[in-house]
Design a protein around this ligand. Structure first.
Ligand code: CA
Length: 240
C-alpha cells in the first residue's frame, strides 16, 4: 500500500481513478495541474506519482506533464513516476521515458493494468519517501533509506543515529555509490557546514574517525566503506 500522487486535469477521470486507487488500498492525493502537483510534492511524502502528460497552463504559463516530470527528476531522482499519455503517441512515450518516467500507459487504459504496472513500479523502486534508497541482497536490514528533508536515515526499519558529519558523509557516499568520494570533497562539505554554524573543526584525522564510526553503524547492512588509498572512500555493496 502506497501513498500516491495523481496528477490529472480531467475531473471525471481524476475522481474515478482516485476512487479506484483507494479501493485498491492506496492513499491518494490528487492534483489538477502542475502547480498543485508541485505544492503537494513539497509538503507530503509520496511513494509514487501517476502523471498525465496533457496538463493545462498555470496562470498562462505552459506546464505540461513533461515540465512536471523534469521538475520532479531534478528534486526527487528516485521517485517512481508513471505517465499517462492521451493517445498512442510514440514520440510522447519516448520523450517521457527519456525525461525519466519509470513507466507509461496509453489512454484509454484498463484499471487492472494500471494497478499492476503501479505495483510493479513501486516494488522496483522500493522507495517509500523522498531521498534515496539502496537495496542490497538479503534481509530487511539491508535496506538503507535516506530522507533528505528530515534529514534521517534508516537501516530496515531502524532509524540510524547519525551526527551531522556522519549524515553528510553518508549522503556523499550514497550519491556516488561505487565511486570514490575524495577526502577533500568531504572536508569541503564539512567546512561549509562549520561556516554555517555546524560543528567546528575538521581535518583528515577527524575524517578517519567519522569513517570508522559510520562503518560500524553500517555493520551487517550489506554496505561497506572501502578505503581507497590516497584518494578517499568508496561505498560498495558487499558480495552476498
Ligand atoms: Ca489531460
Amino acid at each position: 500500500m502506497a501513498h500516491l500522487l495523481l496528477v490529472e486535469d480531467d475531473e471525471l477521470l481524476r475522481d474515478g481513478l482516485c476512487a479506484q486507487l483507494m479501493h485498491a488500498g492506496h492513499s491518494v492525493d490528487a492534483a489538477g495541474d502542475g502547480a498543485q502537483a508541485q505544492a503537494l510534492l513539497e509538503s507530503k511524502r509520496v511513494d509514487g506519482v501517476v502523471l498525465d502528460l496533457g496538463l493545462p497552463p498555470v496562470q498562462g504559463v505552459p506546464m505540461d506533464g513533461f515540465a512536471v516530470l523534469r521538475w520532479i527528476r531534478q528534486r526527487m531522482p528516485h521517485l517512481p513516476v508513471l505517465i499517462l499519455t492521451a493517445r498512442d503517441d510514440i514520440d510522447d512515450r519516448v520523450q517521457g521515458l527519456n525525461a525519466g518516467a519509470d513507466d507509461y500507459l496509453t489512454k484509454p487504459f484498463d484499471m487492472a493494468e494500471l494497478l499492476a504496472r503501479l505495483g510493479a513500479m513501486l516494488r522496483r523502486s522500493r522507495m517509500p519517501a523522498f531521498g534515496g534508497s539502496l537495496q542490497t541482497e538479503g534481509p530487511p536490514q539491508h535496506r538503507l533509506r535516506l530522507d533528505h528533508q528530515l534529514p534521517m536515515a534508516w537501516l530496515g526499519d531502524e532509524a540510524m543515529e547519525l551526527t551531522h558529519r556522519e549524515w553528510s558523509l553518508l549522503t556523499l557516499l550514497v550519491k556516488q555509490l561505487g565511486q570514490v568520494v575524495g577526502r577533500e570533497e568531504v572536508l569541503a562539505v564539512w567546512q561549509t557546514q562549520a561556516a554555517e554554524g555546524g560543528a567546528a573543526g575538521s581535518g583528515s584525522n577527524a575524517l578517519e574517525v567519522y569513517v570508522h564510526r559510520l562503518r560500524r553503524k553500517l555493520q551487517d547492512s550489506g554496505l561497506n566503506i572501502r578505503n581507497v588509498r590516497g584518494l578517499g572512500y568508496m561505498l560498495e555493496l558487499q558480495a552476498p
